[in-house]
Ligand binder design. Structure first.
Ligand code: DGJ
Length: 723
């Protein structure tokens, strides 16, 4: 860059520093990403730059290797390239730096390849929580079309980041953690489902071996995008500059999917990166802060929900549903959501999708009566949609078979008897906007449950023949944005058969996710724990179901279900007209407790203990000033250990005292013992017990032995405050 100042650039925020070296003739490189240590990283930036060249190895490139912000073969990088482009042939662009802009928290590098007629702007932004967003803007400066094959964001990792943790899963058993060592070669997760999927990696974490919730140094990345994606950890024997493996990813593009006309640009989704030396809880705290700062993040208390799906399924008998709404209001529900089954011909899952008009056979007077009753009972009214989908047995598919997203005149394979609409066609999006928007206005709908019950396969536009998962994702975002603009205050849930569309692209324009279709508390303990790696609890729908869970047929106690559902945006998914008086009373007490504590539950810091026994879990939410906390201690299955050992409550302040109380509102715990530890017996009394924060957070206290499938709820408060 002519006349360019080659001083390093240092972004510092949230206790994290990212240092770019600009001193060499190569493109800029990230030479440090980690702890800021006050001003140390800033002061050492010149020296980081000075020390950023590795040895030249035997049988190697003649000059020291660099790993730049756009790593390609041009600089001798033999791993997966940062940017891949194609004009007549595949291009590894020979870029040079032409401009740099930077402030303390953001930097943008403009790179150009004059011969290839390409411009790339790589943008970095480090937020107050230490989360780094990276995105690429690629512009075609030539006269012929330019295809973007890949626009990945990659950061180098030190060699001590040697173990990978990410997630997999399936319907109703999402967010299953999996670990593997970093080895030479690539850990490459490719999501080709047109949505993140039940097996979404969710967050790739690479850390010091054995890292846990409360310990270890960890580096992580998330692809904030709701379509096809790739997630990468790669290590080459020659390393990456002076560092070792690389971490990142971005959108996965299909051949010919993004073809830029002269002058056109492609802006990649953001890949988000976070580092912590306080284990996984440290990462969650950064990501939760990042998400809570979204303009779309709800500022009102999260209303207690009743969702009708498992209560009535497709059986929309309107007097039964009115009865259900009354019961819901009487236990304290604040949002009543009418699920699938209300629209034209929708008596089962084989018909109706696409016809977004009220079925007058089931609802002769429309939805006016139920909406008015729900509002009259003081609740919000929510309605289910699955806008991107269509059944062949629908007026829409009969009239517009060409609206289906599939190659030529095929439909592709059905999934739950349904197919995908091509939202990238403006007529299709306009139809959906008009249908949904007019219902929102007519019935004063407060909340949309936005479902998406299948993967996209062969997502090819019939009209252009082009692959279309990218355009479909953008069109979905645009439709959501348009509806939110037209209806201020409207809230939307991202539900895709439960947890198949959980990502920070969709969460910029939705207000919660339905984490899973299972309400089984044993499954939910794990699903919510791992969803919570990225998403704060107030955005994770968690419902109490009946004693026998519909998805697993496992039977569980009401207290266990109540404790489990408390740690999220709570709700009920149960036919209340069939509940006993005791069950209704239990739900009512729980509802009151949820409402009185959601200020803490939905704004505090999520903490999870590293217990040695996998049969047990301990997790909680601690207020920011650490004066208050709520913890659940859970037995998932029987413990092999035959005693109750001292257990530490993470996140509490060792310098304070706490009043500790077993909360009785959620029912009595199911204990597997003759008597409880003495302190615990006292904690179960009205005034609880006062204990030092040091004891609780450092030495620990013995906990009672629980029966499998049970939990206790403990509250920690200021001993001088109200009890
Ligand atoms: C899948 C969702 O996850 C369920 O909660 C329910 O809305 C059904 N779809 C309705 O078809």
């Amino acid at each position: 860059m002519p006349g360019h100042n080659r001083a390093p650039i240092c972004l510092v925020s949230g206790g994290v520093a990212v240092v770019f070296d600009l001193a060499t003739d190569e493109l800029p490189s990230v030479v440090y990403w980690g702890r800021a240590d006050g001003n140390h990283a800033i002061e050492a930036a010149e020296q980081l730059s000075l020390t950023s060249t590795p040895s030249v190895m035997n049988s190697s490139l003649d000059a020291p290797r660099a790993f730049t912000i756009v790593p390609t073969e041009r600089e001798g990088w033999s791993g997966i390239p940062g940017i891949e482009l194609r004009r007549a042939f595949q291009l590894a662009p020979r870029l040079s730096l032409v401009d740099v802009t930077s402030s303390g928290q953001a930097a943008e590098f403009t790179l150009r390849d004059g011969a290839a007629e390409v411009e790339i702007r790589v943008g970095y932004e480090l937020d107050t929580f230490g989360v780094l967003s990276v995105s690429n803007r690629i512009t075609n400066r030539g006269e012929t079309p330019l295809e973007v094959v890949a626009a990945r964001s990659l950061l180098p990792l030190p060699a001590r980041a040697a173990e990978i943790l990410d997630q997999t899963g399936r319907w109703s058993h999402e967010r299953v953690p999996q670990r593997t060592p970093v080895r030479d070669g690539i850990h490459h997760r490719q999501v080709r489902r047109g949505r993140p999927g039940h097996d979404s990696p969710l967050l790739t974490v690479v850390g010091t071996p054995g890292f846990g919730f409360r310990h270890g140094e960890v580096w992580s990345s998330h692809v904030a995008w709701s379509g096809d994606q790739e997630w990468i950890v790669e290590r080459l024997p020659e390393g990456a500059g002076t560092l070792s493996a690389v971490l990142g990813g971005n959108e996965l593009l299909r051949a010919g999917e993004v073809r830029l006309a002269p002058g056109e640009s492609y802006v990649s989704p953001s890949t988000l990166f976070a580092w912590s030396d306080e284990g996984l809880d440290g990462l969650s705290s950064r990501f939760h802060g990042h998400v809570r700062a979204f303009p779309s993040h709800p500022s009102t208390p999260r209303p207690l929900v009743l969702n009708t799906w498992e209560a009535v399924y497709f059986d929309h008998d309107h007097s039964r549903l009115l009865d259900l709404a009354e019961r819901a209001a009487s236990v304290g529900v604040e949002r009543f959501v009418l699920d699938d089954g209300w629209f034209l011909g929708r008596t089962n899952d084989r018909a109706g999708l696409g016809d977004w008009t009220v079925d007058r056979k089931t609802w002769p007077a429309g939805l006016g009566e139920i909406s008015a009753s729900v509002h009259g009972l003081g609740m919000q009214f929510g309605l289910w949609f699955e806008p991107e989908m269509v059944n062949l047995d629908s007026e829409l598919a009969r009239e517009h078979p060409d609206w289906i997203l599939a190659p030529n005149d095929t439909t592709g394979r059905p999934w739950r008897h349904q197919f995908v609409l091509n939202l990238a066609e403006p007529t299709v999006s306009d139809y959906l906007f008009d249908s949904i928007s007019s219902l929102v206005a007519e019935y004063s709908i407060d909340f949309l449950k936005w479902d998406h019950n299948r993967d996209l396969h062969e997502a090819v536009s019939r009209l252009s023949g082009a692959p279309s998962a990218h355009a479909q994702t953008l069109a979905t975002y645009a439709l959501l944005d348009r509806l939110l603009l037209a209806h201020p205050g409207l809230e939307i849930e991202s539900c895709a058969s439960g947890g198949a569309r959980v990502d920070l692209g969709i969460l910029r324009r939705t207000h919660r996710v339905w984490a899973s279709d299972t309400n089984d508390p044993i499954e939910r303990q794990s699903i919510q724990r791992w969803t919570g790696m990225l998403v704060p609890p107030e955005l994770v729908g968690s419902h109490v179901g009946p004693s026998e869970t519909h998805t697993t047929h496992r039977v569980s106690t009401l207290p266990f279900r109540l404790v489990t559902a408390l740690f999220g945006h709570a709700g009920i998914e149960w036919d209340l007209t069939r509940c006993s008086e005791d069950e209704l009373a239990g739900l009512h007490e729980w509802a009151e407790f949820y409402k009185s504590r959601r200020g803490l539950l939905h704004a505090g810091t999520t903490v999870r203990a590293d217990l040695t026994d996998a049969a047990l879990a301990l997790h909680g939410i601690v207020s920011h000033d650490r004066s208050a906390a709520i913890f659940a201690f859970v037995a998932l299955v029987s413990t092999a250990v035959g005693h109750s050992e001292r257990t530490v409550f993470p996140g509490l302040d060792p310098e304070r005292s706490y009043r500790v109380r077993l909360r009785p509102e959620l029912g009595s715990p199911s204990l597997h013992q003759i008597s409880s530890p003495r302190w615990f017996t006292q904690a179960a009394e009205e005034r609880g017990i006062e204990l030092s924060g040091w004891l609780l957070s450092t030495a620990g206290v013995p906990l009672p032995v629980l029966n499998p499938g049970s939990a206790i709820l403990l509250e920690f408060s200021d001993p001088n405050g109200p009890s």
